[in-house]
Ligand binder design. Structure first.
Ligand SMILES: [Fe+2]
Ligand SMILES: [Fe+2]
Length: 428
């Protein structure tokens, strides 16, 4: 059956890239510098620096993490588009670096120093989310299987780009346009957003094609990934001390940005042919019902069906609404490690998803073993700073431990509460 995704070709996405060139080095920041120091209040400067620093570090990270996609993509047309995307991400990073150095006066002119100078602005959720991106793309360097690529595309194009970055870009463009502020930064953000729409369109098409090639394993791999990432990505936008003025001084609430992110994510997943109700990534995770029963597929549970091993043994699946459980071939739910850092923000931690001794998680079942945190450590080491893998939300000069009230993993894990808005054209 032909779908909207079939109307988009990788060659067309490449052609759009050729038509959409812009120069990060040509933007004039003269007026931005005057307005940053003369028009913005101290609160607005702090809030904008907090927000823009996450974009800067995010662009640097995705530039580094895109290379394994080029090796793993099965078609030449996909590889060529991904090569253009890597150029785009480097250009975005150069744009944010120029703003940080020339307007905000951070760093000594090198990208490494500007990253180091803005690193204390990063939230706990941001650090954890990008550690996951490093881990997943690190696995893709050694395991080029279809499911490894599907996990990486979901993490990169759906979570980082469509759910976290795109809504933030729209809000920034909106308030800067209404107040006629930062014309250079605004011009750059418009160009960045257009590039990101093209990247997201590619990611949606690629996941759609991967799922069509393997309608069993790919949706299961996506559901596994979403179960892991939602508890940390929900905390990306938690402002210092839960100070709501960090967004409200620019005219929008945290709830609005979370809602927009959930809406964007759900619509992109639906366009890829994986509607959220068929994935059920978290909030209502699946727990094996009987002793020794195998874990159920998330998709099976969503349809009210028992999993493969349970069907074999006559067991019925149960739904555990209290905690996230990782599917494990041994039938037991994965061991909860009780990490204090993750628990401090009221969500199950990454370590809570670790397998019990002797267990091997489904996602480790093929290819090379993951080496969690290695590339994240490399990046921070490059910045001259020791990697603190176990550090919690209290880390960072300006970001003492945020309270968990207000936003929960469950609120985003069940975005069906959010009004669904269909997106007509994935490639925009
Ligand atoms: Fe980007
Ligand atoms: Fe991008």
């Amino acid at each position: 059956m032909s779908s909207a995704m079939d109307q988009i070709s990788y060659a067309d996405l490449y052609a759009r890239w050729e038509k959409g060139h812009w120069r990060a080095t040509a933007i004039d920041f003269t007026a931005d510098r005057e307005q940053w120091h003369g028009t913005f209040s101290e609160l607005e400067r702090n809030a904008a620096l907090w927000n823009y620093s996450m974009f800067f570090h995010g662009e640097d990270a995705v530039t580094d993490d895109l290379a394994p996609f080029i090796d793993a993509a099965p078609l030449e047309e996909q590889k060529y588009f991904l090569a253009t995307q890597q150029v785009d991400e480097a250009r975005h990073s150069v744009f944010f670096h120029r703003f940080m150095h020339e307007v905000v006066e951070r760093g000594d002119g090198t990208i490494a120093e500007a990253l180091r100078a803005t690193e204390p602005e990063l939230t706990w959720g941001f650090r954890k989310t990008f550690e996951m991106l490093d881990e997943i793309t690190g696995v893709l360097r050694r395991d080029r299987s279809r499911t490894a690529l599907a996990r990486a595309v979901t993490m990169y194009h759906f979570i980082v780009e469509a759910t976290l970055a795109q809504p933030g870009q729209h809000y920034i463009q909106d308030y800067l346009t209404k107040r006629e502020l930062l014309p250079g930064f605004r011009e750059g953000m418009v160009n960045v957003a257009q590039d990101e729409q093209r990247h997201i369109g590619f990611g949606v098409k690629l996941l759609h094609d991967l799922a069509r090639e393997d309608p069993d394993e790919v949706p299961a791999a996506v559901a596994d990934l979403l179960r892991e990432v939602f508890p940390v990505s929900i905390a990306v936008f938690v402002p210092p001390n839960w100070d709501r003025r960090y967004t409200e001084c620019f005219g929008f609430t945290l709830e609005e940005i979370y809602t927009e992110g959930a809406r964007s994510f759900e619509s992109k997943l639906r366009m890829a042919g994986l509607p959220l109700e068929s994935a059920r990534p978290a909030g209502l995770p699946v727990r094996p019902a009987g002793r020794g029963a195998g874990g159920a597929r998330a998709g099976d549970a969503a349809r009210g069906l028992p999993g493969r091993q349970e069907r074999r043994r006559g067991a019925r699946p149960a739904v555990d609404g209290a905690a996230v459980r990782q599917r494990a071939p041994g039938g037991r739910p994965a061991q909860r490690a009780g990490g204090t850092d993750d628990a401090a923000v009221g969500v199950p931690g990454r370590r809570a998803l670790a397998p019990a001794p002797g267990q091997r998680l489904h996602r480790r079942g093929r290819g090379a073993r993951a080496r969690p945190g290695r590339r994240a450590a490399d990046r921070l080491r490059r910045l001259g700073r020791r990697h603190r893998r176990a550090a919690g939300p209290e880390e960072g000069r300006r970001h003492p431990a945020p309270a968990p009230e207000g936003v929960t993993a469950d609120a985003v894990a069940r975005p069906r509460r959010v009004r669904h808005v269909a997106v007509a054209n994935a490639s925009c």
